[in-house]
Write a protein that binds this ligand. Structure first.
Ligand code: SAM
Length: 248
């Protein structure tokens, strides 16, 4: 049977695509893309003539079984999304899950991913991080998703749509307070790439300073909660003191 290649494409700067990705897109029999018109531009840019078909959120489950049968017939297929790494807040999970269940070969071709790109230059702790994708759209669910983070000590990474970014940061301020450091990464790898960092209020002020500040693509990062000694149970502290006395 053939291979399913999960191919990362650029998140802005067209040069951010690997040699192996280009080679793979050239050699496969079929490219399954989220938006074929959008991906056509990337393929044209690299003079790739491979046939495209659409696999998006709404037809993925149906298309998956069709693609599985083509893989079984020996076809090699590449999956790409509009930007970055497929399956990361993008379609593909059903397909990859099915391939694995059927014992078909899935080959990742790594490259750009907005979350990792943002994190590596933000200046926040990277030893432990949590990726939460897009917050739910409904208000109550949004609030709940943020409330859970009150105890989260790892850096948290979110994707956010431009029309919601200001409201989201206001909600972060409301739910998590104004102590946490935030970093908003905007337009990564593009001409107007920018990292805005500070407390929620600083980021809110920046977004409100100019209308164009709220346009573009955003990754929001929130520093993990500092564990406050007053939250440690007294028994645990007593035990630690006792242990310390026993140590040489
Ligand atoms: N699969 C993609 C990846 O690997 O990052 C993410 C796809 S998701 C549908 C799109 C979201 O990713 C945007 O709303 C934005 O939050 C983030 N994003 C994508 N490109 C970006 C960029 N150049 N700068 C900042 N954020 C970006």
């Amino acid at each position: 049977s053939g291979n399913l290649y999960i191919v990362a494409t650029p998140i802005g700067n067209m040069a951010d695509i690997s040699l192996r990705a280009i080679e793979t897109l050239n050699q496969v029999d079929l490219i399954a893309a989220e938006d074929t018109r959008h991906s056509q531009k990337l393929l044209q840019h690299h003079q790739i003539q491979t046939r495209l078909i659409s696999v998006h959120e709404h037809n993925e489950a149906k298309r998956a079984s069709h693609l599985i049968s083509q893989l079984k017939q020996g076809m090699n297929i590449a999956l790409i999304s509009d930007a970055g790494t497929p399956l990361i807040s993008d379609p593909g999970y059903n397909l990859v899950n099915l391939c694995r269940a059927e014992g078909l070969n899935v080959v990742p071709i790594p490259g750009a991913c907005a979350a990792i790109t943002a994190l590596c230059a933000a200046g926040l702790a990277t030893d432990r991080f949590r990726f939460d994708g897009f917050l739910p759209v409904k208000m109550l669910a949004r609030e709940q998703a943020l409330t859970v983070l009150q105890q989260e000590t790892a850096t948290v990474v979110f994707y956010e749509a431009p029309r919601r970014v200001l409201d989201t940061i206001k909600l972060v301020q409301q739910v998590l307070g104004d102590e946490r450091q935030l970093v908003l990464a905007k337009e990564l790898t593009k001409t107007f790439e920018n990292f805005i960092s500070g407390r929620a209020q600083d980021v809110i002020d920046w977004l409100q300073a100019d209308e164009v500040h709220q346009k573009g693509e955003f990754v929001l990062m929130i520093a993990g909660a500092q564990i406050d000694a007053s939250q440690i149970p007294p028994e645990a502290i007593a035990l630690l003191k006792q242990l310390k006395e026993e140590l040489p």
